[in-house]
Design a protein around this ligand. Structure first.
Ligand SMILES: Nc1ncnc2c1ncn2[C@@H]1O[C@H](COP(=O)(O)OP(=O)(O)O)[C@@H](O)[C@H]1O
Ligand SMILES: [Mg+2]
Length: 438
């Protein structure tokens, strides 16, 4: 009885917060419970299929989330009729496949779950875009929803089926979290920017975290310079560079490009001037040409794509494939090796030809040999651009104009390689550690 009361109370809360979402959940819930009970009975038999299905659903949502940054940075909005059409198409495909995959589970209820997930996503996105649902209230909604699942689980003694919904719900939360981007910027950057970057007392703290991830960071990167950011994992390097495309908006301080505060620049205009090659390379489920062309601000010609691939040291490999440029890369380019993926990302950045370049552990997926190969393409990419490079291998930063050492969100040392070694501080000890490893 107590459990039921809890459920009712929570339902009232949910209804109050967003009746549209609650209605969907109310419809989904009984069906899920039913599906889940069928599910449980046949769990053993369909276990293998379930695992791959879950993985696929998670993959679909993840690709949507990760892909977002790529879409944003390369301004893919226009090409995606809607930036979520992509995820939706994948969800639909998932639903279709799930529905036809296994006769052990009623195809209808599987289809229903997939469609409800899509519906929750759609409604949440819609409301978020309308400004009717803030990230905060969506978080609260999800928290309450999470709580409601608990008693329901006990009531029905069914866990497994729910798990899938919850995982998806969590992913949706992350998706919505990064969704409606405030764009108060009015200024347009001209075509020819100098590419000076300045961080002024940048301080940031993530919600729900006790300590500052960035603490009064001030740094100037002059046009054309290469500055290397070095520091232990978790020291705030990625967060710092993420303030430039405004993936992260610092709580205090400002980030400037030339004389403009990035906050005052239109996102579209801002990101046109940035190229990013990051740790986790995100590729779309298309051909090699599609993925490289994605970087281009106009429709890249085949020749331009070939040139970019050549500069990234990948053309020879692509030409050796039977389908060449039109080879499908598979989901997140799973058909390619880590090194090939990274070189593809470099080609994508090259074709964008932006004056500011951010390399966030761009060679982390490479072994020493392929890193040496990519190094040349990276140097070509860096030439004449303002570059911020985060490298996990210190050998790749030795040539930088300036090395900046971050520790717990603060700049603790800066200088040239030899000077920092002579100082015998954190850089020297990181360097020695690295040296021993290699
Ligand atoms: N979105 C986030 N929410 C909360 N904490 C985060 C988020 N992103 C990063 N962090 C935390 O901030 C710290 C710095 O992360 P990061 O900038 O990625 O470091 P680095 O790139 O130097 O390894 C880490 O402790 C990380 O766990
Ligand atoms: Mg990082």
């Amino acid at each position: 009885v107590r459990e039921s009361l809890v459920v009712i109370a929570l339902l009232v809360v949910l209804l109050y917060m967003s009746w549209q979402l609650t209605l969907i959940v109310l419809v989904v819930l009984p069906v899920s419970v039913y599906t889940a009970s069928v599910f449980i009975r046949r769990l053993r038999r369909i276990n293998r299929d379930t695992i791959s299905m879950n993985a696929e659903l998670t993959h679909v949502v993840r690709e949507g989330i990760e892909g977002q940054r790529v879409i944003k940075l390369f301004d893919g909005y226009g090409r995606e009729a809607d930036r979520f059409a992509y995820v939706n198409a994948r969800l639909r495909r998932f639903a279709m496949r799930a529905a036809s995959a296994d006769a052990a589970l009623s195809p209808l209820s599987q289809f229903f779950i997939a469609v409800s997930v899509a519906a929750v996503i759609a409604v949440a996105l819609y409301q978020a875009n309308q400004g009717a649902l803030t990230v905060g209230s969506f978080a609260a909604f999800m928290a309450a929803l999470g709580q409601i699942f608990d008693p329901v689980k006990k009531l029905t003694k069914i866990a497994s089926g729910m798990q899938k919904m919850l995982t998806s719900a969590e992913s949706v939360f992350t998706l919505v979290d990064s969704l409606p981007e405030a764009d108060e910027g009015k200024q347009e950057l001209g075509d020819q920017i100098q590419g000076r970057i300045e961080f002024r007392n940048v301080t940031h703290r993530f919600e729900g975290v006790e300590t500052d991830v960035l603490n009064q960071v001030s740094l100037v990167v002059e046009p054309g310079q290469t500055v290397a950011l070095v520091g232990r994992s978790g020291s705030g390097k990625t967060t710092l560079v993420n303030t430039i495309p405004r993936f992260v908006e610092p709580l205090e301080g400002e980030v400037r490009i030339d004389e403009h505060n990035v906050r005052d620049i239109k996102l579209k205009s801002l990101r046109r001037h940035l190229s990013l090659v990051s740790q986790d390379v995100v590729m779309f489920d298309g051909t090699i040409a599609d993925n490289v062309g994605y970087g281009s601000l106009h429709d890249a010609s085949r020749q331009e794509i070939r040139d970019a691939l050549e500069a990234a040291n990948l053309l020879e490999f692509v030409d050796s494939l039977p389908q060449g440029l039109d080879t499908p890369v598979g989901e997140n380019a799973s058909q390619l090796s880590g090194g090939q993926r990274q070189r593809l990302a470099i080609a994508r950045a090259l074709i964008k030809n932006a004056p500011i370049l951010i390399l966030d552990e761009a060679t982390s997926a490479l072994d020493n040999e392929s890193e040496r190969q990519v190094q040349a393409s990276l140097e070509q990419l860096m030439a004449g651009r303002t570059t911020l490079v985060i490298a996990h291998r210190l050998s790749t930063v030795q040539k930088a104009d300036l090395i900046v050492v971050l520790d717990s969100g603060r700049i603790v040392e800066q200088g040239r390689h030899d000077d920092l070694l002579a100082q015998d501080g954190l850089y020297a000890s990181l360097y020695r550690m690295q040296f021993r490893e290699e």
